[in-house]
Design a binder for this molecule. Structure first.
Ligand code: PLP
Length: 383
């Protein structure tokens, strides 16, 4: 009974055994610097290039368009600041109000430097209207940055539509696909995506490694100065074991995406059904139709998400009161605010994110503990 039920896969995932096995030789045996011309270096170099090919295939990209970074945060920063440095004459950007801080903070920095950052609203499900966005495109628009799927409520954006509008207007389109990769099919060609960020630790790879896809012909300037690695696009010695792990994990999750989507769909439906049948005034946030597999987000009227989270944790169930990065903050989530959720209800936010290790029994246990905790905490607040 005391084993952990981990339901916080949107915050991070474990490294799969196959991924660890693929990485290990590059930590201990084939540790050469991939920029070195000797055998040891070239062994590492081939492993990096094979991983690059694997990632490129999963996105329908060219290997030359894949730049390895230290993760989602760096990829987002590199895309935004890189575009700004490369096109100093363009001073207008478009984004959504529900972006991850790795996108919204760099944009905020540009705003302080005099850039105009226009925010397209989302509807109550957390969706941007692509037509509305299209009307805001200008000849001096530097970049549109809209996340693929939201990390809190799991809402999927109309990426292909936005991509088509941006392409027609000749405006760069970046998407933070950290929550989407491995869960949703991505095709950078068909969806007209110019730049895209992913992070390995969100799809069963190691932490501290990610990718920025940069379409061929798109110029961004690097803002981190140093060596000529990644064809001058990202300075610093390559994280070979991380890259190998990312490549392995990417291939694995993409191959099993369809089956896993189906499996997670049944589990999330069961969880939602049980909680809503057994408790009043618990609302499922986000969209039912446009939702990333494995995401469940409830707002529980009259309770604090944080108290609920601690009650679950006491019974060895790991969930989140929203985004991991803003955990501990008392302000209600900017995502829920943008969706028009009232402050009171937003305080009762609970995100439950399922993953590969989640099975029926863990979902039944989570549902039982969650419904009991809601009843207990409500009784307590009545007393
Ligand atoms: C986790 C996350 C990031 C940050 O990725 P790191 O690799 O942890 O830096 C960025 N965007 C979204 C949507 C995320 O969920």
């Amino acid at each position: 009974m005391s084993s952990i039920v981990y339901l916080d896969h949107a915050a991070t995932t474990p490294v799969l055994p196959e991924v660890l096995n693929a990485m290990t030789p590059y930590l201990t045996q084939s540790y050469g610097n991939p920029s070195a011309l000797h055998q040891a270096g070239q062994t590492a170099r081939s492993a990096v290039e094979y991983a690059r090919l694997c990632v490129a295939r999963t996105l329908n990209a060219d290997p030359g368009e894949i730049v390895f970074t230290s993760g989602g945060t760096e990829s987002d920063n590199a895309a935004i600041f890189g575009a700004a440095l490369a096109h100093p004459e363009k001073r207008h950007l478009i984004t959504s109000p529900i972006e991850h801080h790795a996108v919204s903070e760099p944009l905020h920095t540009l705003e302080k430097q005099g850039y105009e950052v226009e925010v397209v609203p989302v509807d109550r499900y957390g969706r941007v209207d692509a037509q509305d966005l299209a009307k805001r495109l200008r000849s001096n628009t530097l970049l549109v940055s809209i996340m693929y799927a939201n990390n809190e409520v799991g809402t999927i954006q109309p990426i292909a539509e936005i991509g088509a509008f941006c392409r027609a207007a000749g405006v760069l389109f970046h998407t933070d696909a950290v929550q989407a990769f491995g869960k949703l099919p991505i095709d950078v060609q068909a969806q007209n995506i110019d730049m895209l960020s992913i992070s390995a630790h969100k799809f069963y790879g190691p932490k501290g490694i990610g990718v920025l896809y940069v379409r061929q012909g798109v110029t961004i300037h690097r803002y981190q100065q140093g060596g000529e690695q990644e064809r001058g696009r990202r300075a610093g010695t390559l994280n070979v074991p991380g890259i190998v792990g990312l490549g392995k994990a990417a291939t694995l999750v993409c191959n099993e995406m369809e089956a896993e989507t189906y499996r997670l769909g049944k589990l999330t439906s069961r969880l939602i059904q049980r909680v809503q049948e057994e408790c009043d005034n618990v609302y499922l946030m986000g969209s039912v139709e446009h939702r990333v597999p494995g995401n469940v987000h409830f707002c529980v009227r009259g309770l604090e998400g944080e108290s609920l989270l601690l009650a679950l944790d006491a019974k060895s169930i790991c969930a989140s009161a929203g985004a991991a990065c803003s955990a501990g903050s008392v302000e209600p989530s900017h995502v829920l605010s943008a969706m028009g959720v009232d402050r009171d209800l937003a305080r009762g936010a609970l995100r439950i994110s399922l993953g590969r290790a989640t099975d029926e029994s863990s979902i039944e246990r989570a549902a039982t503990v969650l419904t009991q905790s809601i009843r207990d905490l409500r009784a307590l607040s009545m007393a």
